[in-house]
Write a new protein. Structure first.
Length: 266
């Protein structure tokens, strides 16, 4: 039985305030992460979430109840369920918002952000979306992965913005970080924290290869179909065990897989 995730403390420096927006795509809801160096009154908020005033107030209440303040907001990517409220949250806190891509004080690859003694390292992890970035807490060996790695199930490669080759490269990058001991656990954008980062990333890589093999076989069975019809047929065959309400998202991953196979010549 699946144990509901309700948020809370994940490491000495990371606390999750769960947004009340559960769905088949967001799992228990969006995880808004509050990061703080012990002894500091400055908080870094990662992914304030959708524009749900109740949630934003809950985040602020949590921060202020302990005499702290929001000094910075970081975004893992710009999907609405992570970033829709960023502008409103900036109004409420007066804190700057940083992210990868145009329109923000952009983060550089490998940049270390320092706030009140806290160190957060920006780790580019594109693939789910082109602008996806993860955040490493070196002091806790924790990686905040947004939608790149989830706390339950697997994620979508959001074609056409997302791209499978980049996503596989990002998983390999995280796998190297787990192999070196730099990352031991994961604080995802949805679902519970992941205590076994290495095992989970290994599963993600194996799962992607299995899906590619299944898609490749389905393509061979339907050489007469157009790309669009082929994507529909692959979803129906390969993702038959997935709830129908997530088939539109699965179709995005299939389109990304088809592009990947074409580029690879297979």
């Amino acid at each position: 039985m699946t144990v509901p995730w309700e948020g809370g403390s994940w490491s000495p420096r990371a606390w999750c305030q769960l947004c009340p927006n559960p769905s088949p795509m967001t799992l228990d809801g969006t995880n808004t992460w509050l990061l703080r160096e012990p002894g500091s009154d400055q908080v870094v908020v990662v992914d304030p979430g959708p524009l749900v005033e109740e949630h934003l107030q809950a985040v602020l209440d949590r921060v202020r109840s302990e005499g702290h303040r929001v000094a910075l907001t970081l975004l893992t990517h710009r999907h609405w369920d992570h970033a829709e409220s960023a502008g409103r949250f900036a109004e409420l806190t007066g804190a700057p918002v940083r992210a990868v891509g145009p329109g923000h004080d952009d983060l550089a690859a490998g940049e270390t952000v320092r706030v009140g003694g806290l160190e957060v390292v920006a780790v580019p992890t594109p693939g789910h979306t082109a602008d996806s970035v993860s955040f490493l807490l070196p002091a806790d060996d924790v990686l905040l992965t947004g939608d790149t790695v989830l706390g339950r199930g697997t994620t979508v490669v959001s074609h056409p913005d997302g791209e499978l080759a980049a996503y596989l490269d990002s998983l390999e990058r995280i796998a190297r970080m787990t192999g070196s001991g730099e990352v031991t656990s994961i604080a995802p954008g949805h679902g519970p924290g992941v205590p076994d980062a290495a095992g989970t990333v290994r599963y993600y890589l194996e799962h992607r290869q299995q899906r590619l093999d299944q898609v490749r076989a389905a393509v061979a069975r339907h050489p007469e179909l157009s790309r669009s019809a082929l994507a529909d047929a692959v979803v129906a065959e390969v993702y038959a065990d997935v709830p129908r309400e997530v088939w539109p998202a699965a179709r995005l991953s299939v389109l990304a897989q088809l592009d990947y196979l074409v580029a690879a010549g297979s």
